[in-house]
Design a protein around this ligand. Structure first.
Ligand code: ADP
Length: 171
């Protein structure tokens, strides 16, 4: 089944869902943007688990296009799913890696038994992806997913990104 899609403006660290997705980087050790906000608001338990993942399953970091779950610490959600989107490159089509970040996040959500999942606009911040294209890939990939997740909320931080996701969701 494909999930119901909702879009709204907000701060993903405040979203009440089973799992929030983090636009993480491969190192899994925090960063700027939504990653920094999740670690700040979620507290040290998230970073502790991330360090454990680096010491165990992912010594070289989490590959681009993949996702992995940790506790959500002090956030209202139960889990954080850390997904690594690609850095935008003008001369190379990395769309499949952006789609993969969404698809893999939903696969991890299914493993956890999460029914409601919130996504930020992966790769559309520091990683430089043009927002309308990032929104289209996000919506198309979630629509095409075969998952038990019932509701996907795209939680967008500013009006321009919200407008792009609303437009993508209308098509
Ligand atoms: P990336 O490195 O994958 O581009 P960023 O975190 O830089 O990830 O940006 C992804 C998107 O998340 C951007 O649109 C940014 O404005 C947005 N963002 C930043 N902080 C938050 C937040 N607390 N909640 C939701 N979205 C956020």
């Amino acid at each position: 089944m494909s999930p119901q899609i909702r879009t709204g403006r907000g701060d993903i660290t405040e979203t009440e869902v089973d799992a929030v997705v983090n636009a993480a980087n491969s190192a899994l050790l925090g960063g700027g943007g939504v990653d920094g906000a999740i670690h700040r608001r979620g507290g040290p338990a998230i970073l502790d688990e991330c360090r454990g993942l680096r010491a165990g399953r992912y010594p070289d970091g989490l590959p681009t296009g993949r996702a992995v779950a940790t506790t959500a610490g002090d956030l209202p959600a139960r889990w954080v799913i850390h997904a690594v989107g690609p850095v935008y490159a003008k001369r190379e089509d990395r769309s499949h890696l952006l789609a993969s970040a969404y698809r893999e996040s939903l696969r991890v959500a299914d493993e956890l038994g999460a029914r409601t999942v919130a996504f930020p606009a992966i790769s559309a911040g520091i990683y430089g992806w043009p927002v309308p294209d990032a929104a289209r890939i996000a919506v198309e990939t979630v629509r095409a997913a075969d998952t038990a997740v019932e509701v996907v909320r795209f939680v967008l931080f500013d009006d321009a990104v919200l407008a792009a996701f609303e437009a993508a969701a209308r098509t």
